[in-house]
Design a protein around this ligand. Structure first.
Ligand code: ADP
Length: 260
């Protein structure tokens, strides 16, 4: 066997070895991800039960003794109940976050007008209470059809709308746009809210990172996972998400989704 032939054989052997190792590493990673998911599911299940027992007892104390209770005591019990509710929401969000992408459901043709309708319907109470307007650039029904997972995209739209409603200091004006860019659809969710400082614009997409903590805490509704969930959903679709903003003037969240 000449040297070239020997070298070719060695290369083929090394390549096969590399491929086998890559397959093994991927399987190992998937196994670890599944184990973490199982652990999170068990943990959340086991934490939910003492949480709901505590919530129920607080409700019972307030119902039974609330009328004769010192106002301060009633107030403190109210705070405890709020804290427990936040923990319940945080647990649901953690489980939701961990599950995104694990089912690998195939992406199908998805009409984003329907996605927007479902997301806005779910937030109808908040939209009406804040006097917000939600407009689609080009008029109702002009959003495109993308390749997507309808449940995940509804959650994405819902989280972005909910934040535009929450981080506002005047009646929110939300404008949704879409445009074809580099073989993908580029979406924009623009609001007239508080805006985001330059140093916060990347970190807010990481789990539990917040910028306007006072607002998030006051509303008692945020878990600090909303945008991390958005990022994971967009990445599951092979896209990218980012924000452009001017403090005090508003923000536009952009993301890309695959064309149908
Ligand atoms: P949460 O709202 O639960 O705190 P998110 O992950 O949804 O968590 O958002 C992270 C942070 O990003 C928020 O705490 C807020 O400071 C900021 N943020 C998100 N959306 C907006 C928005 N539309 N305008 C201004 N700030 C925003």
């Amino acid at each position: 066997m000449d040297q070239t032939e020997e070298l070719r054989k060695e290369c083929a052997r090394l390549q096969a070895e590399l491929e086998a190792k890559t397959i093994e590493a991927t399987a190992q990673r998937e196994k670890s991800a599944q184990e973490i998911l199982r652990f999170i599911n068990i943990l959340s299940h086991d934490l939910r039960s003492p949480l709901s027992v505590s919530s129920n007892f607080i409700g019972l104390i307030l119902a039974k003794y609330g009328l004769n209770m010192e106002p301060k005591m009633k107030e403190y019990l109210g705070y405890s109940a709020d804290g427990l509710r936040t923990m319940e929401r945080l647990l649901s969000d953690i489980v939701y976050y961990a599950r995104i992408g694990t089912s690998q459901k195939p992406l199908v043709e998805t009409d984003c007008n329907k996605v927007l309708e479902s997301a806005a319907t779910a937030l109808r109470g908040e939209i009406e209470a804040s006097g917000a307007t939600v407009a689609v650039q080009g008029g109702e029904g002009s959003l495109p059809v993308v390749m997507g997972d309808v449940a995940l995209l509804t959650q994405l739209f819902r989280n972005l709308l909910a934040n535009a409603l929450k981080y506002a200091d005047r009646p929110p004006e939300i404008q949704i746009s879409s445009a074809a860019r580099n073989g993908q659809w580029l979406f924009g969710f623009k609001d007239n809210g508080l805006g985001i400082a330059p140093e916060d614009r990347e970190r807010i997409f990481e789990p539990l990172e917040r910028a306007h903590r006072e607002v998030a805490d006051k509303g008692g509704k945020g878990t600090g996972l909303g945008l991390a969930i958005c990022k994971k959903i967009v990445e599951r679709h092979g896209g990218r998400i980012w924000v452009e903003s001017a403090l005090g003037e508003g923000s536009t969240f952009y993301f890309t989704l695959p064309k149908a």
